[in-house]
Design a protein around this ligand. Structure first.
Ligand code: FE2
Ligand code: FE2
Length: 194
């Protein structure tokens, strides 16, 4: 999917599914940030313009599929919020830098690459919840799912926190959003490196 198509599709799903109070202002903020043009990572998956919008859509689609096979009932709006917005923390998070590299003829040229330049160092999942909550109210389960979407890769878990286990036991949606993120990143996007 091209970056233009990904951004358009993101906007289409967002407008169709997310209707709660504050959603329009959050969308305005997303558009004013680099969210729709940002990469999904510096070099691991979808490290290209529009990669973050594309990844967010992939997670949304995976989440819809996963939930259809489970006995839990989540609204379409909840699935769209968790899928499309779990990585809002990556808005205004990357910047383009340049490094020297030799081209085919052996000449030194400047090559662009993405570097991290976090404008709001508030964590990862917790930062997404913080940003979204500044515009619209999240349910307890949505907050938990977005907060813990990194699963065992979360910084606090790596630092020894056991809260993830409790969150996963109490909130099935948190397990499903993490699983959707894993499937999108490692299956849908595995051949989509920059
Ligand atoms: Fe993430
Ligand atoms: Fe993600």
């Amino acid at each position: 999917m091209s970056e233009i198509k990904a951004a358009d599709k993101f906007l289409e799903v967002y407008s169709e599914k997310i209707k709660r109070e504050g959603a329009e202002n959050l969308l305005k903020w997303l558009k004013s940030s680099d969210f729709l043009k940002a990469p999904a990572s510096t070099r691991f998956h979808l490290s290209r313009e529009g990669g973050l919008a594309e990844h967010s859509l992939n997670v949304y689609r995976r989440l819809v599929k996963l939930c259809a096979a489970e006995p839990y009932q989540f609204s379409e709006e909840t699935l769209a919020i968790c899928g499309l917005l779990h990585d809002v923390c990556k808005a205004d998070f990357y910047r383009t830098d340049y490094r020297n590299s030799k081209d085919e003829s052996g000449k030194w040229v400047k090559v662009p690459y993405y570097a991290i330049d976090d404008q709001l160092p508030y964590g990862h999942g917790e930062k997404s919840v913080y940003i979204i909550s500044g515009f619209m109210r999240l349910s307890r389960e949505e907050s938990m799912a977005i907060r813990w979407h990194m699963g065992g890769f979360d910084e606090s878990v790596k630092g020894g926190s056991f809260s993830l286990n409790t969150a996963f036991q109490k909130f099935p949606l948190a397990v499903l959003v993490h699983a959707a993120d894993l499937l999108a990143t490692n299956l849908d996007e595995r051949h989509l490196q920059a």
